[in-house]
Design a protein around this ligand. Structure first.
Ligand SMILES: [Fe+2]
Ligand SMILES: [Fe+2]
Length: 172
């Protein structure tokens, strides 16, 4: 993402492929389906060129808005507040994606492969740390991500620490 000077040809060659694997499966069907859609859109965008690539990137940004919004709804429903680091990481990634979208629509389309490369590095780490922690937390809380309801009574908010939802070693 830092090298924005590469030409579109070299940038596309340098793009790291992002592929689904069982290592990314979090054993929550809704989350895994969303993550596979995200990866497929990244792959399709990387394989395209010109206006088709821009159109697919716009679609990827819209999908990411929904993807992050979905997880944030679940966090709020389970009692994690919007100050949690998972929210801010989503916000930071989406800000960069939207800026790339804005600039690409003005002609800087060469930024898209660089963005895809950064996403390919970022996503596996995020999925296996913050998203994995969130899924484990929601399962403990009895939250069904398909229906967005609790299987039993919602657990008491004081039982939920940010660390539980973060998925990192005790801190955001
Ligand atoms: Fe996610
Ligand atoms: Fe996330």
């Amino acid at each position: 993402m830092s090298d924005t000077s590469a030409t579109s040809e070299t940038a596309q060659i340098q793009t790291v492929p992002l592929e689904w694997s069982e290592a990314l499966a979090l054993n929550d069907a809704k989350t895994d389906d969303t993550h596979q859609e995200f990866i497929e859109l990244c792959q399709q965008t990387a394989a395209a060129a010109g206006q088709a690539q821009l159109n697919l990137f716009v679609e990827l940004v819209a999908h990411t808005v929904e993807h992050f919004g979905q997880e944030e709804r679940w966090m709020l429903a389970a009692g994690l507040n919007a100050g949690h680091c998972h929210f801010s990481e989503h916000r930071n990634v989406l800000e960069v994606m939207k800026e790339v979208e804005r600039r690409a629509q003005q002609g800087d389309i060469h930024l898209i492969p660089n963005m895809l490369e950064a996403l390919a590095e970022w996503f596996p780490v995020h999925a296996t740390s913050m998203d994995a922690g969130l899924v484990a937390f929601l399962q403990t809380a009895g939250f069904d991500t398909r229906t967005e309801t609790f299987k039993g009574p919602p657990p008491k908010i004081e039982l939920m620490s940010p660390e539980q939802g973060c998925g990192t070693a005790g801190h955001c």
